[in-house]
Design a protein around this ligand. Sequence first.
Ligand code: NAD
Length: 508
Amino acid sequence: MLKAINPATGKQIKEIEEVQLSQAGELYQKAEQAQKLWNAKPVKERLEYFKALRLLMASKLESLTTILHADTGKPKPEALATDIVPVLDFIQHLEKTAESALSKQNKPTTMMFWGKKSYIEYMARGTILIISPWNYPLQLAMVPVLSALAGGNAAVLKPSEVTPLTGKLIELLFKEAGFPPHLVQVAQGGKELGEALVKEKPDYIFFTGSVKTGKVIQEQAAKDLIPTTLELGGKDPLIVFEDANLDRAAKAAVWGSFTNSGQVCMSTERVYVQRSVYPSFVRKVQELTVSLKQGSSLNDDIGTMTDPRQIQTVREHVADALNNGAKLMAGNLPEEMEEDSMYIRPILLIDVKQDMKIMQEETFGPVMPIMPFDTEEEAVELANGTIYGLNASVWSSDLERAERVVSRIVTGNASVNDVMLTVMNPNLPFGGVKQSGIGSYHGENGIRIFCHEKSVMTDPGKKGTEIQWFPYRGKYKPFKALFQTVYGTEKNWKQAAQAFRTIMKHSK
Ligand code: NAD
């Protein structure tokens, strides 16, 4: 049994039955049958189920928010706006775009193959294993599941064992919305169940979680040549130039660092500020940080941490920074943090250095370290100076400069004069580079990754042969003459036409 614990109260809410490791294979057998029937339905018909799910969720906003709040400790407004609404938005996006994304895509045919038709079609892969984390337990599970279903697949979802109530909720939502049995199977359990499900050879693995786990999964998947998408961690920089709207930038940095208690893959984890405005920016950010309200009422800004293990990482990174010369401007010293509390007051650090853990490793907690820089070149170098590349944010009133800097940051996502933004627009692909992941989803690609991409060329079938087929006798010289004109600089179309006739004669 998995214990669902409310992080705000420490009380157990429910016990939820785990799937036995020995049952992993059975899930895929059941999924296979369901997938065949589902895949036979036209996309339009699949989308009717999606609409039913959207309407069902929209009618249950209060109960969904209450469950997410209890399962994660995030404030209710945050649960609603940043975990539930993105799912509704994504369903609507699929309703609008899935048919066109999955339809045959006609492509031009090169001159060499004149007379033939070329297109791409998308074929479901089969059963997709989706393994999800605890920080946005609804959207990071449901968005890939729905994208996989849109493409005609079945899904086995292994949600995080840290937030099993949300896993249960997802199972009930699909059931209540009327989806066919076994099309979406929610397999509750821990890391061992995740391992067992990977070993049972799904047709595709979509993983969201830490770099460490991503590497373990990729290694196993490679042994069976199972394709994967890996959505992993980040250490996102926020760069403020001296001509930026400082008030807006300071507010954004505070939200970007502390929303969901910093437990966001796209959290602002490093802030770089141009030296001339550094003191005033620090002052603004400090004022805003100390004014944040922490608790679990509807008017509180900062909730609890969700996974107690994460608190240890936060303490360790902050202690390392302070021991190496950083200064605490807001929040508690590690030794002042209450031992058994899941609340961490937002922490502001200055005098940090680029090689500290707090600037290099993913903290995944409510900590904002700020550091000054002098030149644009230096800002780019600092931003690129970690193993991660998930997201970045650049602030300047000179949009040309901001976009120039964005172009030089090695990252999968970026925003100008805004923060943590692109993931909210389902029309844009979302994914990390460097150690932040492999592949992307959302956008058109978000459905297509769950499909085999099949290239097809069709010939009317009336000609007796093709010029490139056997026999080759007598074709080499006229081939050269033809291709020199087609691809070279010297165009002798008369000679090319003659060459073509000769090739045709030899092709009979
Ligand atoms: P995690 O890697 O510990 O666990 C993620 C999931 O993997 C869980 O369901 C867990 O049970 C499962 N798992 C763990 N070990 C496994 C194994 N060996 N085989 C199969 N499954 C296994 O991550 P977490 O602590 O749940 O989540 C936090 C991490 O997720 C952070 O690093 C964060 O940056 C990352 N994240 C990334 C994104 C993104 O979109 N890039 C989004 C959210 C979170």
